[in-house]
Design a protein around this ligand. Structure first.
Ligand code: AMP
Length: 394
């Protein structure tokens, strides 16, 4: 079901409460080291200002755990926002208290007020109904534009929608469009690439994707549980012994569903888990005891590339090796480069795969990079995200 966006309602003269994701990284002096989340929120804010709204912004920052802690104040965000918007954004000392009420009561069209960190109140994460109501009482309309927290049912991400007309901003609209379309209405062949450390983190994702994709490529640490389940020696590669049966079941399901499931055919094995570890490329049948696979090998890369070059929709979540170590980032980088060159819809899950694509300087070559790691994973699991579910249907 399509969700209403800010384009679908009249915001003129209305106080609009926008839940943003201003959870920005900072250095020890509180300076923002990456402003992308703030810049990302600007289209929604500018649209509202251009359409004569009064804008109230809120977000969490870090984990203050329900207490007011100065180091988690949104004051640095207020400064950056003022700079970016070219107007003075005011900041309240609190979230729903006297300061917030005073600043939002007689707002004029074109004004922007930022509330303090919503997680300064422990009721936020409890999705406390009273707190949601107090937040809602500051505004006439609620807009959710924080995809990164859309999988959490908190007051500012979901609870508040009970009391106000609720629609999405442009960031959430984009996430639903690209993740949703790729997953539910893909142009085929549809190939998913899954990597990362553990099978256990991605069981539901694999299960859901097996219902949708034509090919599932598995790399990264989680591949070794599958390889061991197939009876191969994996040396001291990472493995979840208690998930071997499950891996067998998933491989059986792939067969039943006619999904091609690809595992590495050669790997770069290392003597130890270290960035400078002695390493060598070996065939998947020749991993010796005492060696661990930390990256996919060149033949695997070629095999994956063969499949990817014919794909029309590709979804990628999780690095294909220990990409933090340059020596073992080859597979992840090569696949990122390949995706960047393809004429297919390429959707990158948030978190590590997004970081890998950005690190390789290929972000603008992808169709969509999700802004939410946990949220995009839950989306891929086929779960309903509370922060999206609470919005009005078109
Ligand atoms: P995840 O959080 O599950 O997406 O996993 C990401 C992590 O998996 C990264 O920190 C990678 O270093 C790690 N990883 C990927 N491949 C391997 C591997 N073959 N062995 C150990 N860790 C790996």
């Amino acid at each position: 079901m399509d969700k209403k966006t800010i384009r679908d309602i009249d915001v003129s003269n209305k106080k609009v409460l926008v839940r943003c994701d201003f959870n920005v990284p900072q250095d020890e002096n509180g300076n923002i080291t990456d402003t992308r989340r703030i810049v990302g929120a600007l289209p929604t804010i500018k649209y509202l200002l251009d359409h004569n709204a009064k804008v109230i912004l809120c977000s969490h920052l870090g984990r203050p755990k329900g207490e007011v802690k100065k180091e988690f104040s949104l004051a640095p965000v207020q400064k950056e926002l003022s700079k970016e918007l070219g107007i003075e954004v005011k900041i309240a000392d609190d979230i729903v208290g006297e300061s917030a009420k005073a600043l939002t009561q007689n707002m004029k069209v074109g004004e922007v007020v930022l509330l303090e960190n919503v997680r300064f109140d422990k009721r936020e994460e409890e999705n406390d109904r009273e707190f949601s109501k107090e937040l809602a009482s500051l505004a006439d309309i609620y807009v959710n534009d924080a995809f990164g927290t859309a999988h959490r049912a908190h007051s500012s991400t979901a609870g508040v929608a009970e009391f106000l007309p609720a629609v999405s901003g442009f960031l959430i609209e984009k996430e639903i469009k690209f993740l949703g379309e790729a997953l539910n209405n893909p142009v085929r062949p549809f190939v998913a690439i899954l990597g990362g450390k553990k099978v256990s983190d991605k069981i539901s994702v694999i299960n859901n994707l097996l219902e949708k994709v034509d090919t599932l490529i598995i790399g990264g640490g989680m591949a070794y549980t599958f390889l061991k389940a197939k009876g191969l020696n994996i040396g001291s590669s990472i493995c979840e012994e208690d998930k071997l049966d499950l891996a067998k079941e998933l491989m059986k399901k792939a067969e039943e569903k006619n999904v091609q499931l690809l595992l590495p055919i050669d790997v770069n094995v290392a003597k130890e888990f270290d960035k400078d570890a002695e390493s060598k490329i070996v065939d998947i049948n020749s991993i010796e005891d005492g060696w661990q696979g930390l990256d996919i090998g060149p033949e695997t890369i070629s095999k994956y590339e063969e499949v990817l070059k014919n794909a029309k929709t590709i979804m990628w979540n999780g690095p294909l090796g220990v990409f933090e170590f340059e020596k073992f980032a080859v597979g992840t980088n090569k696949i990122a480069e390949m995706l960047g060159k393809l004429d297919a819809t390429t959707v990158i899950g948030g978190g590590d795969s997004a970081a890998a694509v950005e690190k390789a300087g290929l972000a603008d070559k992808m169709t969509h990079i999700s802004t939410g790691g946990g949220a995009s994973l839950e989306y891929l699991e086929g779960k309903v995200l509370p922060g999206i579910d609470c919005l009005e249907n078109k």
